[in-house]
Ligand binder design. Structure first.
Ligand code: CDP
Ligand code: MG
Length: 733
């Protein structure tokens, strides 16, 4: 059974006037301009992708595009309240015409696949429709999002539309941040959080409807949820299950969910001209900046969306772009630059949704978040360098890296589509048509097939799912990866030889952290330093953005950082010192400024630490402090991270102890000049080299003392250290 209404789509000839590019000199920046009917052999050619469908396209290239953009009445001119305006905007969304049909389909079917163009209103409207239709009378509507930023910003929008305070009737829940209350009936949450909720409420009894949204993103947690909610829906006929996705993979979802009907409705799409470069670009960031500037000086008004792999790239492009704009002076219009990425503080997130002032242009520098999860109105130009940051995992060595990787054709199509939502647009692909057709995969490989599974395996085990090889996966992970994660959990003492959860494993599962971090916390009980260890865990969880380095004060910033490394204590202890020093100043902002530390990151660390402290109580671990015994703290770290150890080589590089591989200490580490013989590291990052980030020195005999089941004497034999341990101590569980 299929609900399908393609509406009145009118196909138009996408081969509009071709344009070429020529160079122009403005100020001190070289720009490439489009020039009609000119054959200029430049870096760009225009290629129109003909498979883009559209409805109501009254324009072809050459006409005034602006006509296609529905003019937004301003508040002053209509005299309407902001709330009325929002109500009207809701009615203008494509999904609105299908409201009744959709609600009927939900009434008639327990499980429904919903497919609609990105930006058509699925995420913001469906939960409200369900509420209006009475589904919140006997339970909540839960809606999962793969991206935490999306959960926050969409719930804020819905709260606004409903005229309620965020956190009351409408709320969100993301890791370490719960913005919901007793009153909450529409709950947006990350897919990972719903998975955690299942640990406490295995039948999701407090929900009347579960929406697994942005299902096409196929994140690890979404994929695991598929198998779990499918089962729950069978056991709970009163619960509705909606799987909602952009226009991809619908049949596959339907097949997985026992041939559930597909409700698909048309969106609005305007033609998007796709341009490829004629030659590969040497540096996609430079190319992106040049393209943005070109658009800004040459193209009609309309906002620009640039896709970049991650926060670092976004910050680099932002700075560079600002400098270039400054160089151009007042010759050009105002350009407002808005970054958006997962760790962007929430007060800055709202900025991307603010309407662009008249006469100005906004350029949004975004990660994949803006590909489907977030819709920003007014985007007319998309710049797609063709990369995203993706996890890759080697199940043989158990090593995981984040790599800048070419995107798939499906992603490229989604990205381009963001330009044609409210009017005709253009997408500039910073790669060649040849690259596109020959090098890009059709679809992105689901995360479950390229990631470390230890954390979800631990969750599944604590949900009582023992036979993982029989779990109902939409696409199963490689069996080596499953086995590797079982081995790791066994080594950490979370599972026994039969693969059953141990007491330590049960405690570890309570922490929303990687199992190695959880183990470090659980074991700190034994070393009487849980107080210090949760501070370290919290600091490790906020990521690398603790210090900032203003360009003109690099040396000061560096010295401030090195202050915490006095005595070469190692990065973990340095993190602890930072946290404790801040705490001693009563969490002073001034202190952060003086030490070139990001106060926002510290506040987040404090929040996380508070929650970890609460969880300690839950698993009945006393908060105990042992700050003078640095070796106890180090041993707790090793007890969690013993699989991550490396030994110094003659040439100054390191060799990982198990699964030998050459690695280096990250230049930002306090130990990068010290080069201890043996180290334990938090994670590996691959940039120009394979780097260990957050490194602490260890004594090799600890490995035998703490992990005798994992290391043998021969692993830790060290010509320089004659003192070898004679006995092996008991395993720490
Ligand atoms: O989920 P789907 O992609 O179908 O659309 P949506 O996220 O529900 O977005 C519908 C509309 O809400 C779009 O026009 C967005 O611009 C708007 N929206 C917004 O203005 N602010 C947000 N934080 C989220 C959505
Ligand atoms: Mg959505």
């Amino acid at each position: 059974q299929r609900y399908r209404d393609t509406g009145s789509t009118e196909k138009m000839n996408p081969f509009a006037e071709q344009e070429a590019w020529e160079d122009h000199q403005i100020g001190n920046a070289t720009l490439k301009f489009g020039a009609k009917n000119k054959q200029v052999s430049d870096n760009y050619e225009f290629v129109f992708e003909d498979q883009i469908d559209f409805i109501k396209a009254s324009v072809l290239a050459g006409d005034n595009y602006e006509d296609a953009m529905p003019a937004k009445p301003s508040q002053e001119s209509t005299g309407k309240s902001a709330f009325d305006m929002l109500r009207e905007e809701r009615k203008n969304l494509p999904i609105y015409s299908y409201r009744e049909q959709l609600l009927n389909a939900v009434k008639d079917h327990q499980v429904l696949i919903i497919v609609g163009e990105t930006g058509s209103g699925k995420t913001t409207q469906i939960p409200q429709y369900l509420h209006e239709a009475g589904y919140t009378k006997h339970g909540k509507v839960g809606c999962t999002q793969p991206q935490r930023v999306a959960a926050m910003s969409v719930s804020a929008r819905v709260a606004q539309e409903m005229g309620v305070k965020l956190g009351h009737e409408v709320g969100y829940s993301i890791r370490f941040e719960d913005c919901t209350s007793e009153k909450t009936i529409l709950k947006y949450m990350t897919d990972g959080m719903l998975l955690r909720e299942l640990l406490g409420e295995p039948d999701l009894g407090s929900y009347s409807v579960i929406i697994v949204d942005e299902a096409h993103e196929r994140t690890l947690h979404t994929d695991i949820l598929f198998g779990l909610v499918k089962d729950i829906a069978r056991a709970r006929p009163d619960m509705k299950l909606l799987i909602s996705s952009a226009t991809m993979d619908a049949e596959k979802f339907s097949d997985f969910f026992d041939q559930a009907p597909i409700f698909s409705f048309p969106g609005r799409r305007y033609p998007v001209d796709i341009c490829f470069t004629t030659a590969p670009e040497a540096d996609y960031m430079d190319a992106a900046i040049a393209t943005v500037l070109t658009i800004h000086v040459k193209e009609p008004l309309g906002d620009v969306l640039v896709f970049l792999p991650g926060q670092e790239e976004i910050e680099a492009v932002e700075e560079n772009l600002k400098n270039k704009i400054r160089g151009l002076g007042t010759k050009i219009r105002e350009l407002i630059i808005c970054p958006i990425y997962a760790n962007l503080p929430s007060e800055l997130q709202a900025k991307i949704f603010e309407p662009t002032p008249e006469g100005a242009r906004k350029v949004v520098l975004a990660t994949n978040i803006a590909e489907t999860s977030l819709t920003i109105d007014g985007i007319k130009y998309v710049v797609d360098p063709g990369f995203s940051k993706m996890k890759s995992y080697n199940p043989r060595t158990g090593m995981e890296s984040l790599l800048v990787t070419p995107i798939s054709k499906a992603s490229a199509t989604q990205r381009a589509g963001r330009a044609g939502r409210t009017s005709a647009g253009k997408c500039y692909r910073l790669y060649t048509a040849y690259n596109y057709y020959h090098d890009l995969e059709d679809n992105t490989i689901p995360e479950i097939q390229r990631t470390n599974l230890a954390s979800v395996v631990l969750s599944l085990k604590s949900l009582g799912i023992h036979n993982l090889l029989n779990f109902d996966f939409m696409d199963p992970p490689p069996s080596e990866a499953l086995i590797k994660s079982l081995e790791l959990l066994f080594a950490l003492g979370a599972l026994n030889q039969l693969g059953e959860l141990t007491k330590a494993g049960r405690r570890m599962a309570e922490f929303p952290l990687d199992p190695m971090l959880s183990k470090m916390i659980v074991v700190s009980d034994k070393y009487k330093c849980s107080d210090e260890i949760i501070s370290i865990a919290a600091m490790l969880s906020i990521g690398p953005s603790i210090f900032y380095r203003p360009k003109d004060k690099q040396v000061h910033a560096y010295n401030a950082m090195m202050n915490f490394h006095v005595g070469n204590v190692g990065d973990h202890i340095a993190l602890l010192k930072i946290y404790n020093s801040w705490k001693e100043t009563n969490y002073s902002t001034q202190w952060c400024y003086e030490n070139y530390i990001q106060v926002r990151s510290m506040k987040r660390a404090r929040d996380i630490r508070d929650q970890l402290e609460g969880l300690l109580e839950r698993v009945e671990i006393e908060v105990s402090s042992n700050s003078n015994e640095l070796d106890s703290i180090r041993k707790s770290i090793v007890a969690g991270f013993f699989p991550h150890t490396a030994k110094l080589q003659k040439n100054g590089s390191y060799r990982t102890v198990k699964h030998p591989q050459t690695v280096h200490i990250h230049p930002a580490s306090g130990l990068s000049q010290v080069l201890p013989r043996w180290v334990v590291y938090h994670q590996l990052v691959l940039t120009s080299k394979e780097y260990m980030r957050q490194v602490t020195e260890l004594k090799p005999e600890w490995l035998i003392e703490i992990a005798p089941h994992y290391y043998q004497l021969k692993d830790v034999e060290d010509a320089a250290s004659k003192k070898m341990p004679k006995t092996s101590g008991p395993a720490v569980v």
